[in-house]
Design a protein around this ligand. Structure first.
Ligand SMILES: [Ca+2]
Ligand SMILES: [Ca+2]
Length: 211
């Protein structure tokens, strides 16, 4: 009897292994270090800034409730200015809830006339990872790329990769350039297993807190 049951157990294991093999997924990369946070595999969220959000006080920010997925922020630098060491124009600050983390690509982009391009910058603060240092900054833009056909403006971009986790405080500011410079800022998670057709995901009530 004992032989029988162990044989059955072995058979069951083989069956399980075979079943597993038959629907094997592509080989997964090694588990990334997310500082204890789960992967950011939720739906993408877009948010358009609402002034005032200049970060002069703790409440002077846009509060954004993420879906623990990719994020697109859009806004306008009403003015671009500096005093040689600090940004003195419009500052746009977003407090974004995240309960996840991992490696992320951060992209700040804007279209600007190449003869007088705006110089936008960003900082990302992740207090659960560090309360003293920024998790990421973007202070240098890359060479302009041609914009859409027929347009005279060029697309400028700052791209960085960083480890993020937990709630984020994101600031976008304009060092110099024309007024009313529109910009967009993206976070794309690099190690999330996001499904391609996630549109039907349950819980479509991610109304961002615009209070
Ligand atoms: Ca603004
Ligand atoms: Ca602002």
């Amino acid at each position: 009897m004992r032989v029988h049951s162990s044989l059955l157990a072995v058979l069951a294991l083989v069956l399980v292994a075979l079943t597993g093999l038959s629907c094997t997924e592509p080989e997964l990369p090694p588990e990334p270090d997310r500082h204890g946070f789960p992967a950011c595999s939720g739906a993408e969220l877009s948010f358009i800034e609402v002034e005032p959000n200049n970060g002069t006080t703790q409440a002077d920010v846009n509060v954004v409730t993420s879906a623990d997925g990719a994020l697109e922020l859009r806004g306008t630098a009403a003015s671009c200015a500096n005093d040689g060491s600090h940004w003195t124009g419009d500052v746009d600050v977003f407090e974004v809830s995240y309960g996840c983390g991992g490696a992320a690509a951060l992209t700040l982009s804007w279209e600007s006339p190449p003869q007088n391009p705006a110089d936008l910058d960003f900082t990302v603060f992740a207090p659960e990872l560090s309360t003293t240092n920024y998790a990421a900054v973007g202070y240098e833009w890359s060479s302009p790329e041609p914009a859409t056909d027929g347009a005279t403006d060029k697309v400028f971009q700052e791209e960085h990769q960083a480890e993020l986790g937990g709630p984020l405080l994101i600031s976008v500011m304009c060092w110099s350039g024309p007024e009313d410079q529109e910009w967009s800022f993206r976070i794309d998670w690099l190690d999330s297993q996001q499904t391609d057709d996630d549109d039907s995901a349950a819980g479509d009530d991610d109304d961002s807190a615009a209070d």
